[in-house]
Design a protein around this ligand. Structure first.
Ligand code: GTP
Length: 204
């Protein structure tokens, strides 16, 4: 069974809990307690493979002060970053989160390959109050090598499920890339050691 850890990040009120609960229970619940952080767990079958999923839904991040994200960066295999299309401040916050993830040495070195990130413009049902254009979201995502979509946790169950499924699939693909790189890394190390000791043995 594979294990996948996903962190859902974004500014206060962007809809992190609404999206997560929608995916896990199919239901849209209007109000959530925002003073506690949660790790939801779920078993699911992803592309025929049993998967143990953990989703981290933090309490409102502005109260945490600085964007340190250190724990999240160590913990998560991938990220969903949420902003509210009717709130430009939430987009600026999402951008800062994205930069923080991309500049992180954890992402660049410890994890071997970049963590998959899905940028989500939520509350598409409020497009009459739109402050962030679809193009802006798409551009930010392209510049930072992440996937992008706009949806509404309130109205689009199917889109929410599709987004989470793509995010999880990206993470499992990333696992395979990492495995290959580690394997080829250890193979070339073995070759190097073999050739060094092989040569030495010959010269004795
Ligand atoms: N119209 C609309 N409202 C939404 C949507 N998603 C969430 N909301 C509302 O936005 C508010 C905040 O949603 P939450 O899911 O609590 O947001 P959050 O990001 O978890 O917020 P914190 O826990 O405070 O960080 C709630 O009143 C939700 O009902 C949506 O797609 N459309």
């Amino acid at each position: 069974m594979s294990e996948v850890k996903l962190a859902v990040l974004g500014s206060e009120g962007a809809g992190k809990s609404a999206l997560t609960v929608r995916f896990l229970t199919r239901r849209f619940i209007g109000e959530y307690a925002s003073n506690s952080e949660c790790i939801y767990t779920k078993h699911l079958c992803l592309d025929g493979r049993q998967t143990h999923l953990e989703i981290y839904d933090p309490c409102s991040q502005p109260r945490k002060g600085k964007l340190s994200l250190t724990n999240e960066l160590h913990w998560a295999d991938g990220f969903v970053i949420v902003y509210d299309i009717s709130d430009r401040t939430s987009f600026a916050f999402a951008k800062a989160l994205l930069y923080r993830i991309r500049e992180s040495p954890v992402g660049a070195f410890k994890k071997v390959v970049e963590s998959p990130v899905f940028l989500v413009g939520n509350k598409q049902d409020l497009c009459h109050m739109r402050e962030v254009g679809w193009n802006e979201g798409q551009k930010l995502a392209m510049e930072n090598k992440c996937q992008f979509c706009e949806l509404s946790a309130a109205e689009h169950y199917q889109e929410v499920t599709t987004m989470f499924t793509k995010a999880l699939r990206n993470i499992t693909t990333n696992f395979k890339v990492k495995e290959k790189r580690c394997l080829s890394g250890s193979k070339s190390m073995a070759k190097l050691i073999n050739s060094m000791f092989g040569k030495r043995r010959k010269s004795v």
